[in-house]
Design a protein around this ligand. Structure first.
Ligand code: HEC
Ligand code: HEC
Ligand code: HEC
Ligand code: HEC
Ligand code: HEC
Ligand code: HEC
Ligand code: HEC
Ligand code: HEC
Length: 425
């Protein structure tokens, strides 16, 4: 009895807290027309926290929330020692530097305003002549070494113009303001109308914010494509991010992706596979997955509590991700030769570079066969990572593969990929 009334009291208390905590109160109805007659502006992720704590917490566990570190508030966002002796010693090992190692500008910790990144590499934003610029050094997280970064021109270009829109939210190029990192509104659009309405006005709430799951899937994927992409803005001739784009709009109107055919041999291989990072969208657009509607969010989550932590926010880890849809694979060609099941090794080879060569995965999902490399030596293949030690030359490997992959197919039972995984492969 006692327990029940305590429970009721708690319930009543929670209800009152719920009605009053989230701004706007619960009682009076707010006039939607009045709210939506004002400009729709960015309010920052902290404003979403009060009503969407689960989404907020789960977002905090992803790299999106950690993109920029505010070094003015917390020096610990700088992950490596900015020790000039160590840094110059590392730089001295590099070739073709445009500035002598001893003449490099190395920021002091107190000069760093923001850090950019930590997973693969870290760069440092400092202020020079009233402009935010990137210091000419970079720390590579996997190898722990320092390398150069645009040492000759670092103080000539504006960070906000070159990089801002992909690493911060609600960037305003006239006022030079932004929320550091990839906040809620980067994917949901400006939230001032939505936050001005009380919690109880559920349907008005829903109508005032973008939910990617309620957009057509192509337009929803373009939200991810607004940053996991490389190219030029169409509405600003200097920016390399889609100035003016908002979630729900057609990305192509605001951004033109780069391509090998268009002359960009620095960031793409001759077969249009990505060589450089933040181009997952460019890769994916060429894949069968794109054609068949397998989206970024079919494989990746953005904020979901309860999913075990995986590398790079995949819904399942490693090959299990593929097997969740491809419960069976054919048993001919390459699959007949290899009795093990690491799908990623062949279908998502690490041919993309962020900090060090080959630290990121291809997203075309096609296996790169030796014949690709034979045609153009600059194009890597999926096979040499394992086959190099056997000293197979590529032409022989391709010949062997062709012979084994020809009809009549090698005989054997159909491979059940789930069993392959269970067998510990
Ligand atoms: C005052 C409380 C409150 C605040 C602050 C708030 N929301 Fe909401 N949000 C709600 C309510 C209530 C709903 C409707 C829930 C439902 O559909 O059952 C909602 C729904 C949503 C939806 C789903 C819409 C749909 O159509 O399914 C998204 C996305 C969303 N909010 C994002 C945000 C973002 C981003 C922010 C910060 C800019 C934010 N919310 C701030 C209360 C709030
Ligand atoms: C078109 C969007 C876009 C532009 C422009 C852009 N980046 Fe990025 N950047 C990304 C994305 C997306 C990632 C993460 C995915 C990846 O690397 O493949 C990333 C990753 C990084 C990382 C590594 C993060 C980590 O945790 O290791 C650093 C550092 C970085 N960018 C710095 C910059 C700088 C400096 C500029 C401007 C000169 C810039 N970026 C321009 C989208 C962009
Ligand atoms: C990188 C993009 C991205 C960021 C950043 C992001 N969201 Fe979302 N959000 C999505 C997508 C995509 C969906 C649609 C659900 C899905 O497909 O998993 C979604 C759905 C939602 C929903 C609808 C309910 C649900 O879970 O489906 C709410 C509420 C929401 N997000 C709130 C937030 C809040 C609050 C933040 C910041 C703390 C945030 N989101 C940050 C992409 C993002
Ligand atoms: C068919 C599944 C699938 C799809 C679709 C997919 N990814 Fe991935 N993605 C993966 C897997 C698997 C990894 C590697 C995870 C690991 O190392 O365990 C990955 C890795 C990544 C990474 C980490 C850096 C790298 O490249 O290794 C980023 C960023 C990423 N994906 C973004 C995207 C974006 C953006 C899209 C849509 C344009 C997308 N992915 C579509 C499966 C997918
Ligand atoms: C505003 C730009 C922006 C948008 C929009 C965006 N991303 Fe990202 N994403 C980034 C940046 C920048 C990073 C690297 C963050 C870092 O290294 O701290 C990143 C990292 C990632 C990673 C690696 C995360 C990890 O924990 O290892 C995945 C996966 C990813 N994004 C998927 C997506 C998907 C899916 C969408 C669309 C729903 C999306 N992103 C939308 C900029 C963006
Ligand atoms: C959400 C479901 C889903 C996931 C997860 C998924 N796929 Fe797919 N995949 C499909 C669909 C649907 C197709 C198109 C129909 C088909 O060809 O079977 C496809 C096609 C393919 C193809 C055929 C490409 C071609 O050109 O014929 C390959 C290769 C492939 N996927 C590899 C992978 C790999 C590797 C993974 C794991 C990283 C993966 N898939 C994860 C659904 C998925
Ligand atoms: C030794 C390299 C290798 C491994 C490991 C591998 N594949 Fe393949 N796979 C290939 C090649 C080569 C093809 C021919 C098409 C191509 O170039 O992508 C292929 C074709 C496919 C296709 C399209 C043909 C079909 O069967 O419909 C799918 C789907 C596929 N693989 C999925 C998987 C999955 C899932 C795994 C993990 C269980 C896996 N592969 C492991 C090399 C490999
Ligand atoms: C993850 C490591 C790995 C990858 C990636 C890989 N292989 Fe293999 N491959 C092996 C191993 C180990 C064997 C021998 C054991 C076996 O048959 O399972 C083998 C066997 C072979 C054979 C038959 C044996 C011979 O040399 O006569 C051929 C042909 C072959 N691989 C071709 C390829 C091609 C083509 C690719 C790229 C599409 C590839 N492999 C990718 C590890 C790999």
């Amino acid at each position: 009895m006692k327990r029940a009334s305590l429970f009721l009291a708690l319930l009543a208390f929670t209800a009152v807290v719920a009605l009053t905590a989230c701004g706007g109160g619960g009682g009076e109805k707010v006039n939607v027309a009045e709210v939506t007659s004002k400009p729709k502006v960015y309010v920052g992720s902290d404003r979403c926290k009060s009503c969407h704590l689960e989404h907020f917490d789960s977002w905090m566990m992803t790299l999106h929330s950690r993109m920029l570190g505010d070094a003015r508030k917390d020096k610990d966002v700088i992950i490596a020692d900015l020790n000039p002796d160590v840094i110059r010693a590392d730089l001295a090992k590099l070739q073709n530097l445009k500035v002598k190692p001893e003449e490099f500008y190395i920021p002091k910790p107190e000069e760093v305003l923001y850090t950019i990144g930590s997973q693969w590499k870290q760069r440092y934003i400092v202020e020079k002549n009233g402009m935010l610029v990137i210091a000419p050094i970079q720390y590579n997280s996997d190898t722990g070494r320092w390398v150069n970064y645009n040492e000759a021109t670092w103080d000539k270009s504006s960070w906000i113009l070159k990089c801002g829109g992909c690493h911060a939210t609600g960037v305003d190029l006239t006022k030079n303001t932004f929320e550091p990192s990839v906040g809620c509104e980067a994917c949901h659009g400006p939230g001032s109308w939505h936050t001005a309405l009380p919690k109880a006005q559920v349907f008005d709430k829903r109508a005032t914010i973008v939910n990617p799951a309620k957009l057509t899937s192509g337009v929803a994927a373009q939200i991810c494509g607004s940053c996991h992409n490389r190219g030029k803005a169409t509405k600003n001739d200097k920016a390399e991010w889609p100035v003016g784009y908002l979630p729900g709009k057609a990305l192509e109107t605001y951004f033109k992706s780069t391509s090998f055919a268009g002359g960009d041999a620095q960031h793409l291989y001759g077969n249009e596979f990505s060589k450089a990072h933040h181009q997952q969208y460019i890769d994916w657009k060429q894949s069968k997955h794109f054609a068949e509607g397998v989206m970024c969010t079919s494989c990746h989550y953005v904020h979901e509590l309860g999913i075990g932590k995986t590398r790079f926010q995949t819904r399942e880890s490693g090959s299990k991700q593929c097997l969740s849809c491809h419960t069976r694979t054919n048993s001919n060609q390459a699959h007949a030769i290899h009795s093990f099941g690491n799908c990623l090794g062949c279908h998502m080879p690490r041919v993309v570079t962020s900090a060090e060569s080959g630290d990121l995965h291809s997203h075309v999902f096609k296996t790169l066969l030796p014949k690709e490399t034979l045609k153009d030596p600059k194009i890597p293949n999926s096979c040499v990572k394992c086959h190099h030690h056997a000293k197979d030359d590529l032409a022989t490997l391709q010949k062997k593969y062709d012979a084994l992959a020809q009809l009549p197919r090698p005989q054997g039972k159909v491979i059940d990929s789930v069993d392959m995984i269970k067998a510990g492969n």
